[in-house]
Every structure is written in structure tokens, then in C-alpha cells.
Design a protein around this ligand. Structure first.
Ligand code: FES
Ligand code: FES
Length: 164
């Protein structure tokens, strides 16, 4: 029995891309296998850990739960789209300086969740940061340094330049 393939077109990190994949292939696998964007990670594969987080039409989604078909015509932002012209996004710089990344497995998802949070709420309270990152799990940092990273980035003014 042959697998049916569909052409899926989308805008990813500002660039038009097209893939030919089974329509129910997970967006996470399309990103990693077909587009070689390996920033999004597979942790649980069940929508529980957030390590596969990307932004889809301005919403934060777990790409392990999104079929490719659902991304047709969508605007997608992945962690690879954060840095601009070789310059790290303020959130990436803050994670670096505050020790918000240790093993790094959760980091791309954390960065996307934090990007989403700051895009909607540039100066969140600690409670809002906790809530905004509640869908993302980290086994290493105890979360404190991640929250401090977000506070540090929010204190800078550059994030709006990078929010796309
Ligand atoms: S791998 Fe997608 S939520 Fe865990
Ligand atoms: S830095 Fe290791 S899981 Fe978060």
C-alpha cells in the first residue's frame, strides 16, 4: 500500500517553503527531517513537555501534536528564526548570561514560549512568566534561572524588533 503525499506550503521564519509529505506527518518531523530545522526537540511526543514548541500563525503550539496539513499556508516561527543577521535575540542573550540553559534540551521550546509571552505581554510579572512557561518542562535548572532570563530580556527594549 502506498503512502499518499501532499504538497504543503508555508512561510517559515519569513521564508516561503514547500514540502511534499504525508498530510498527517507531524509538524515536528517535517521541521526536523524535511527542513533540517532541528531546534525543536522531541521530549514526550504527547503534548506534555513543550520541548517541540513553535509559533504557528502567532499561537504557541506543540509541533508534536500538529499534523503537517494544519500548517498549510501558515506562518511558522521556530527557534532558528529568533536570531537576526547573526545577532542573538535578546532572550537568547539573556538565557546565555543568566544560565537559563543547561543541557539545552528544553531551551528551544522555552525560548519560543518566552518569545510568545513577550510578544503579547512585553513586561510580564513573575506570576505571568510562570503561567506563560507552564507548558514547558525543564529537568535541569529548577526554572529560577529561566524566569530570571525572561525578566532580564523583558527589561531590554530590543525584543519588539525581533518579534515576527
Ligand atoms: S515533544 Fe511535544 S510536547 Fe513534548
Ligand atoms: S536545561 Fe536541561 S531540560 Fe532544561
Amino acid at each position: 500500500m502506498s503512502t499518499e503525499f501532499s504538497s504543503i506550503d508555508f512561510l517559515i521564519n519569513g521564508e516561503k517553503r514547500s514540502v511534499r509529505v504525508p498530510p498527517m506527518k507531524r509538524l515536528l518531523d517535517v521541521l526536523r527531517e524535511d527542513l533540517h530545522l532541528t531546534g525543536a526537540k522531541e521530549g514526550c511526543g504527547e503534548g506534555e513537555c513543550g520541548s517541540c514548541s513553535v509559533r504557528l500563525n502567532g499561537e504557541l503550539v506543540n509541533s508534536c501534536l500538529v499534523p503537517a496539513l494544519q500548517a498549510q499556508g501558515a506562518r511558522i516561527q521556530t527557534v532558528e528564526g529568533l536570531a537576526l543577521d547573526g545577532e542573538l535575540h535578546p532572550l537568547q542573550q539573556a538565557f546565555l548570561h543568566c544560565g537559563g540553559a543547561q543541557c539545552g534540551i528544553c531551551t528551544p521550546g522555552m525560548l519560543m514560549a518566552a518569545t510568545h509571552l513577550l510578544a503579547n505581554n512585553p513586561h510580564p510579572s513573575m506570576a505571568e512568566i510562570r503561567e506563560g512557561l507552564a507548558g514547558n518542562l525543564c529537568r535541569c535548572t529548577g526554572f529560577t534561572r529561566i524566569f530570571e532570563s525572561v525578566i532580564s530580556a523583558a527589561a531590554q527594549s530590543g525584543e519588539e524588533r525581533h518579534a515576527r
